[in-house]
Ligand binder design. Structure first.
Ligand SMILES: Cc1ncc(C[n+]2csc(CCOP(=O)(O)OP(=O)(O)O)c2C)c(N)n1
Ligand SMILES: [Mg+2]
Length: 334
């Protein structure tokens, strides 16, 4: 009797080898860009760094379902993984982190992490936590009114669900069955405040009160996030309305380069989560399924590190924004 080979998880999800290697590569690019950013900060070149480390699976697994330049993304400051996947480059990231004139997000006028691209439909966030949700919901309403099948993804941390904006957006999206996906990257902390002092009950379950599905997913498992977001995007595109995804994850670095996390969490806790590092976990999956080996991994990492070094060097040598340009785009030209 022939022994039937059990299908690997990715096969059941309809993902092929190229998809998996693309997911993995982008997770690694995001990590290496982030690591390099901290070096630039420690060298006194980057004034401020805010990290995606630990959240790459949540970001890349979710954004893999979007159609760049057609769907809309309202990311939050940690979502460099998403923007890199959708088409921003390491060079773009460093130009922004170093506040250079060529920075595509704001021409060097905004803090890092305020991603923006007209071509990629990535809409810049304001600095107050949570204000992206009503705007994203409005964009979803526009898609619906036009009869187009675009979807909108809006993401944020768990603390952004404590604010009124999030609830108003959830309510409005629920009433009008809008094509919007709320992706909450629950990384356990809001700067120094642990989620048990920030979040009452379950975030995912709140969706039920607004009349649409909410799912909780292992945010360090890229395939699990991909699946949850694929279903959510499918629902939205079919006109079946919004979905809330709560991706349980962990921020490995301090909140930002201005934060000393030794003041509020134990080193052991970070070490425990490092064992669940989404990149290492996915690497193991790829190894176990014969899709990557040590040699291939090292070659890819070498290539990425070279690309990141070149991008960083380019940005370091690029000119700062012209001081005359500081008010461009702020006031209407007479
Ligand atoms: C309305 C508002 N309050 C406070 C802040 C300061 N602030 C910036 S980030 C942050 C923590 C947000 O935590 P969370 O939403 O969990 O995202 P994380 O940084 O953990 O990814 C706070 C309090 C702000 N930017 N806006
Ligand atoms: Mg958080």
């Amino acid at each position: 009797m022939a022994i039937e080979k059990t299908r690997a998880r990715h096969e059941s999800l309809g993902l092929g080898e190229q998809d998996l290697l693309k997911l993995y590569r982008h997770m690694l690019v995001a990590r290496r860009v982030d690591e390099r950013s901290w070096i630039l900060n420690r060298q006194g070149k980057a004034a401020f760094v805010i990290s995606c480390q630990g959240q790459e699976a949540a970001q890349i697994g979710a954004a893999y379902n979007l159609r760049p330049g057609y769907d809309y993304l309202y990311p939050y400051y940690r979502d460099s993984g998403m923007t890199l996947l959708l088409g921003q480059t390491p060079r773009d990231q460093f130009l922004s982190i170093l506040g250079k004139g060529e920075d595509p997000n704001s021409g060097g006028r905004q803090m890092p992490g305020h991603f923006s691209s007209r071509e990629l439909n990535i809409v810049t966030a304001s600095a107050p936590v949570g204000v992206q949700y009503p705007q994203a919901t409005g964009t979803a309403l526009a898609f619906k009114m036009r009869g187009e099948d675009g979807v909108v993804m809006a993401s944020g941390g768990e603390a952004s669900t404590s604010g009124g904006d999030w609830h108003e957006a959830m309510n409005f999206a629920g009433i009008h069955d809008l094509p919007v996906i709320f992706l909450i990257e629950n990384n356990v902390y809001a700067i120094s405040v642990p989620s048990k002092l920030q979040v009452a009950g379950s975030i995912a379950k709140r969706a039920e009160g607004y009349g649409f599905p909410g799912v909780e997913v292992d945010g360090n498992d890229v395939l699990a996030v991909y699946e949850a977001a694929r279903d959510a995007v499918g629902r939205a595109r079919r006109g079946d309305g919004p979905t809330l995804i709560e991706a349980k994850t962990y921020r490995i670095t301090a909140h930002s380069s201005d934060d000393d996390d030794r003041r509020y969490r134990e080193r052991e806790e970070i070490e425990e989560w490092r064992l669940k590092d989404p990149i290492i976990r996915f690497e193991k999956y790829l190894f176990d399924n014969g899709l990557l080996d040590e040699e291939g991994k090292e070659a890819m990492d070498r290539e990425i590190k070279a690309e990141v070094a070149e991008a960083s060097e380019y940005a370091e040598n690029a000119p700062f924004a012209d001081p005359e340009d500081v008010l461009t785009g702020v006031y209407a030209e007479a």
